[in-house]
Design a protein around this ligand. Structure first.
Ligand SMILES: *Cc1c(COP(=O)(O)O)cnc(C)c1O
Length: 470
């Protein structure tokens, strides 16, 4: 009793009618309306082709349309390879999970700039070519106290570019205690080799004195490089040299002092029980000529490499041909500008920038979230499940605040229908994936690194895991 295809096609409702369906309204809460309209058009286009080929019929009624569209949307998102994940690990700046989630204002800034043309490299005043670096330079000077700044693709690029500009074909002096390798094969000695600077190691692994630096200076020396020892900490009998002394030595001998701060914190976090890390402002104030740091570590913004320091040096760095190859894109700039603007009101930055909030959230607040998560899981998984709120430990991650352990809370669970080992793996393969840990035959979900909005999603996933064992 096949329908005649052209007649069948006429039964497709207009797009504005479909926009009223519950599945479409749900999608429109997550996505811009225009994107949802495009998805509808894609669906209708596919449907038409299949109807004309005699493969399917047009959905019969509203309910049928609603179900089919719901499935289509879910599949469309499912097919995107890069997807959101739930971080239940307790590692806040998780490099493998994309480091820092963006503040809501930074997210909004990205979609605003992504959607249309912008003044990225256009000087609206002069009506001619402008500089992409102009958008954040003043903000950078405001929040760091430096004279000038520019931003490149990431901090590895920033270090490379700075050395290439200021130390090429000369020597750079580095303390042996600071010759670090950072995850993902960023090795200071290798980077220096690439940039054409010759490395002069001074001191020993645990101790380097000012005189070690002074004695290493030759006519070939161009810079003294100080590197933040991310990822590890040397404990015990150690000595490093104060920045102010190092800056004085460098300047007396006609050299530059460069510091790779790695994480680049702008707010002193020691008031929140975290170790006192040198802030970018302190480093600049101590007389360091150029400071580099990441945008997506403790700053809590997008992936970027930020370079701040003396105006004359920044000008030379901007003119380096390599800068063009390492340049930052417009979406990143949008996110970075919005993130930096939050720092003009530090208490707001601490609340709105997820990385900072997670790092400084009081234990009671984390515990309350853990209790809400436990209650939600009890509701979906029933009484047979073993669900407890337990003490846990978090860490900053991303090589930031090495060795610092942050007291935290987690939900520990054992579900009667699935082994924890299988559950952990199954959860990673869901949409959205939940990355959790195993500990003593239990699954642990950290309450410090999940968002409140993810609580019902996690409870739903865990309940769905019943189906796996069948
Ligand atoms: C993380 C880090 C880098 C690399 O920064 P990316 O932004 O990941 O490229 C370089 N130096 C130090 C000291 C770091 O901690």
């Amino acid at each position: 009793m096949g329908h005649e295809p052209n007649h069948e096609l006429r039964r497709i409702p207009p797009v504005n009618e479909l926009l009223e369906l519950p599945s479409v309204l749900r999608q429109a809460q997550k996505w811009p309306r225009e994107a949802v309209v495009d998805l509808l058009r894609l669906y209708i286009d596919e449907l038409r082709q299949k109807v004309l080929a005699g493969l399917v019929q047009v959905p019969d009624d509203r309910t049928d349309w609603d179900v089919r569209l719901g499935e289509f949307f879910a599949n469309w998102e499912r097919d995107l390879h890069l997807r959101p994940a739930i971080n239940g690990t307790g590692v806040i700046i998780h490099t493998n999970l994309g480091r820092s989630p963006l503040a809501p204002l930074a997210q909004a800034a990205v979609s605003r700039i992504a959607a249309t043309y912008s003044n990225l490299e256009y000087d609206l005043e002069a009506g001619e070519r402008g500089s992409r670096y102009s958008h954040v330079e003043e903000l950078l000077t405001q929040v760091t106290g430096a004279e000038a700044g520019l931003v490149v693709n990431n901090n590895a690029a920033a270090v490379m570019l700075v050395l290439d500009t200021l130390a090429k074909d000369g020597e750079a002096i580095v303390s042996r205690g600071e010759l670090v390798e950072i995850g993902g094969s960023f090795r200071i000695p290798e980077v220096m080799k690439r940039s054409g600077a010759i490395l002069r190691e001074v001191g020993t692994t645990n101790k380097t004195h000012l005189r070690d630096y002074a004695e290493a200076i030759t006519p070939e020396t161009k810079v003294i490089l100080k590197v933040h020892t991310s990822n590890f900490r040397i404990q015990g009998f150690t000595a490093g040299v104060d920045r102010t002394d190092l800056a004085r030595l460098a300047h007396e001998r006609g050299l530059l002092l460069i510091e790779d701060l790695g994480s680049g914190v702008l707010i002193d976090l020691s008031a929140y029980g975290l170790p006192a890390e040198p802030t970018v402002q302190q480093s600049i104030k101590a007389g360091v000529d150029i400071v580099t740091f990441s945008g997506d570590k403790l700053l809590g913004g997008p992936q970027a490499g930020i370079i701040v320091g003396k105006g004359e040096l920044i000008r030379r760095i901007k003119q380096n041909q390599l800068t063009r190859a390492l340049r930052i894109d417009k979406m990143t700039l949008a996110a970075l500008e919005a993130t930096l603007k939050l720092y003009l009101a530090p208490s707001l930055a601490l609340q709105e920038i997820p990385t900072l909030r997670m790092l400084t959230e009081p234990l009671e607040v984390v515990e309350a979230r853990a209790q809400r998560l436990a209650a939600a899981i009890r509701q979906t998984c029933g009484e047979d499940a073993v669900i407890e709120v337990v003490d846990d430990l978090s860490e900053a991650g991303g090589g930031s605040l090495p060795g610092t352990i942050i007291p935290s809370k987690a939900v520990s669970l054992a579900l009667p229908w699935i082994q924890p080992l299988y559950l952990e793996r199954w959860l990673r393969q869901q949409r959205p994936p939940l990355i959790a840990r195993l500990s003593q035959e239990r699954l642990l979900i950290s309450a410090r690194t999940i968002f409140d909005a993810e609580i019902p999603v996690i409870a739903g996933l865990l309940s769905k895991s019943r189906e796996v064992s069948k």
